[in-house]
Design a protein around this ligand. Structure first.
Ligand SMILES: [Zn+2]
Ligand SMILES: [Zn+2]
Length: 363
């Protein structure tokens, strides 16, 4: 089964809009490389080649801009699109200073956001096109701009959240008695060590996640993650910032405490972010018996189900066996849930700021 309508799925004028925004952000990266580029990847950029790529994108984006005026999209979108094309064209005509590319330690990583978005889109869009769970759901459904804002905030903040967790972790977990434990853990071969890290982190994630469902105060924050009615790879990053900080603190603490090797640490952080995008994708891909071993989109979509019998089920993000052990496993025999979302009627359906403030509002 493939997507019913490729044209509808993509809406090329919206792609032009997103690309014009990305090009504008990329231009900012080129102008302020010492604060906006990621220190470990900045050396690979070829400014002259990038300039040509930007010009090609801007031609496409300008065509899509003209088309979107013709079909009458919302004025705010139309204005943002036009301004980002104009500013990008202006900035692209200025020379780029290469020397600044190699300064700066603590950076915002705007380049990483652009690359992450493009790579994620390239990996997961074909999955949604060629194996969609819902073949009528488009990429640009009514919630996509809110989800894109979450993606941007998530990407720019996650580096700082992990760093903020690392400092106290290094303070408390670097001492002689724990060094012995760290050596023992690091002596385990790479693959079993990685599985061990994933399993322990998922176990801690399970307890923090089920707690967020049980305690009404925490649910107010976590309900934001459950709010999308149209789930896809982009909506996976929808989480309240405080829920995200709470989650990352709980899952990274055991990782730091046990002192896994740096290769395992890097692999773990990569798997966690890819797994989240994959689990939310609008994808029906059938992995056979593997769906009982690792978390698939079907498994996680049941966690988001509106159906009462599926509430508070499938909390695990890597291994379904954790839910099986604690009695919160929901069967995968009946396909996908019919509806996803939350029951709260006062929940603001759109807008990052409105949803950010929602948990603080008195009922
Ligand atoms: Zn949940
Ligand atoms: Zn989710």
């Amino acid at each position: 089964m493939v997507h019913n309508d490729f044209k509808k799925y993509f809406q090329w004028y919206n792609i032009g809009f997103v690309l014009s925004l990305l090009t504008f952000l990329a231009q900012l990266v080129c102008r302020f490389p010492f604060i906006l580029t990621t220190e470990t990847i900045r050396f690979v950029y070829d400014s002259e080649l990038l300039k040509i790529v930007y010009y090609i994108i801007l031609v496409f984006s300008s065509l899509s801009f003209l088309y979107s005026i013709k079909i009458g999209v919302k004025k705010t979108i139309w204005a943002i699109h036009g301004v980002s094309i104009s500013l990008s064209l202006f900035l692209n005509s200025l020379p780029i200073s290469y020397t600044a590319l190699f300064n700066g330690e603590l950076t915002i990583g705007l380049d990483w956001l652009i690359l992450d978005f493009l790579v994620t889109a390239i990996i997961f869009t074909p999955l949604e096109l060629f194996s969609p769970k819902n073949p009528n759901q488009t990429k640009f459904h009514y919630d996509w701009k809110t989800d894109l804002t979450y993606f941007i905030v998530f990407d720019l903040s996650v580096k700082f959240i992990i760093m903020a967790i690392r400092f106290p972790a290094e303070y408390f977990f670097t001492n002689t008695s724990l060094n012995q434990l760290h050596h023992t853990i690091q002596a385990i071969p790479y693959f079993p060590q990685l599985i061990m890290a994933l399993f322990i982190a998922d176990l801690f994630q399970y307890f923090r996640h089920s707690t967020a469902h049980r305690i009404p105060f925490l649910w107010k924050f976590h309900s934001i993650h459950h709010s999308p009615e149209q789930i896809d790879w982009l909506s996976g990053s929808r989480s309240h910032l405080l829920d995200l900080i709470f989650d990352r603190s709980v899952i990274f603490m055991p990782i730091y405490f046990l002192g896994f090797s740096s290769q395992v640490f890097i692999s773990y952080t990569t798997i966690v972010s890819l797994q989240s995008v994959w689990a939310h994708s609008n994808s029906h891909i059938n992995l056979g018996w593997l769906k009982y071993v690792i978390v698939t989109p079907q498994y996680h979509h049941w966690h988001h189900a509106k159906d009462k019998e599926a509430h508070d089920k499938n909390f695990a993000v890597h291994f379904p066996v954790i839910d099986m052990i604690f009695g919160t496993y929901h069967s995968l025999e009946n396909g996908f849930p019919k509806q996803t979302g939350i029951e709260e009627t006062d929940f603001p359906k759109h807008g990052y700021i409105k949803q950010f403030l929602y948990p603080f509002k008195r009922k």
